[in-house]
Write a new protein. Structure first.
Length: 341
């Protein structure tokens, strides 16, 4: 049984072929770099590029897997959340392929995909629930209790920016371009994470006497962090700004990582047998991965390319849900960020 999965929720055009046991036969990701000069993803441009790339990306995946559409038994696509125009390209292409062959179809939630990346063989063998899962990406940040494949409950989520968005906004303030997570991590490598106590960091929490609205909650907030960096940069002189850029990056990164770790630790203390899995682009961050490894619990870290957006994770999630038979899926619609199916 082979699944063909398509993912186009943001700015990567992705297609994958995955076997029922979680073996990846092909996982093609075509990243759009047209957005970099705008400092963020432009939805219209993303949709247009998905449309131009989708056929070639699917063909590339089939070739890489050494199979044809005749070998595909289930078709899947991301339904949401994401950019509506971008989602519609992948969802329509997938529905078209499924309908032409009267195949069953699975409409997949993008976040469920990030969780399901942990079920892929290439992610170090399937990591089976129950576990706590941290999903931290450019659009979403949450901790969930995963009770079984395809069954999870959100314990805490971000009240404002996503962790990846915080990385991207910090990177932009530091003049590192877009998307900035990996660039900020590289700059932070030579810096001191304790140089500045940004909000959310363990250092800031330690020195705080006032109770915060987030005490006791597993929710996240990153909006104050980027403002703190903005003010710090404004207070420093030009020379010092340049000289201390690595310290600023390291301290800013530490504040995000500390905040993510704090919620994971508290979610783990509440249950789930002390097991943790991760997903989302921010889970590619080396500092986060290192610190998670020091938690003293069983931590499953999929390889970086399965943490960032890809279609293999969508296939893995499709295998956790009941597919819709032809033609029941023809009127399925996409849902945008913040929308509900
Ligand atoms: O999961 P993803 O590929 O796409 C979304 O669903 O959003 O995540 C992209 C996000 C971006 O904000 C990017 O800056 C961040 O993940 N990211 C990183 C790293 N690599 C990607 N953030 C921190 N450190 C990294 N190494
Ligand atoms: Zn994602």
């Amino acid at each position: 049984m082979t699944v063909l999965a398509i993912e186009t929720s943001c700015d990567d055009t992705c297609a994958a072929l995955v076997d029922r046991d979680g073996t990846i036969r092909a996982n093609v990701v075509a990243s759009q770099h047209e957005h970099d000069r705008f400092g963020g993803v432009v939805p219209e441009i993303a949709a247009r590029h998905h449309l131009q790339a989708i056929d070639a990306v699917i063909e590339h995946a089939l070739r890489e897997a050494d199979c044809s559409l005749d070998d595909v038994e289930l078709v899947a696509a991301t339904r949401g959340p994401g950019l509506i125009g971008a989602l519609l390209v992948g969802l329509s292409a997938a529905k078209g392929i499924a309908a032409a062959r009267q195949l069953p179809f699975a409409a997949v939630d993008h976040i469920a995909g990030h969780v399901a990346a942990n079920f892929l063989q290439a992610a170090g063998g399937p990591f089976e629930p129950p576990f706590i899962c941290l999903v931290a990406s450019g659009g979403h940040t949450l901790v969930a209790q995963v009770d079984a494949r395809g069954s999870s409950r959100v314990l805490g989520t971000t009240l404002d920016d996503a962790a990846g968005e915080a990385f991207d906004k910090g990177a932009r303030l530091l003049g590192l371009g877009y998307p900035g997570g990996a660039a900020l991590e590289a700059l932070a490598a030579d810096g001191d994470p304790l140089a500045f106590a940004f909000p959310g960091s363990a250092a800031a929490r330690h020195g705080r006497s006032r109770r915060s609205a987030l005490d006791g909650s597993l929710d996240f907030s990153f909006a104050g962090l980027k403002t703190a960096l903005l003010y710090k940069l404004r207070d420093l002189g030009e020379d010092e700004r340049a000289q201390r850029a690595p310290d600023l990056a390291a301290s800013y990164q530490a504040a995000i990582v500390d905040s993510l770790l704090d919620r994971c630790e508290r979610a783990l203390a509440a249950g789930a047998g002390g097991r943790l899995a991760v997903g989302g682009g921010v889970a590619a961050n080396g500092a986060l991965r290192r610190r998670l490894g020091e938690l003293g619990v069983e931590v499953h870290l999929p390889p970086r390319e399965l943490c960032t957006d890809n279609a293999a994770m969508i296939a893995a999630a499709a295998l956790c849900q009941a597919p819709l038979p032809y033609p029941d899926y023809l009127d399925i619609d996409a849902y945008p960020s913040g929308g509900r199916p």
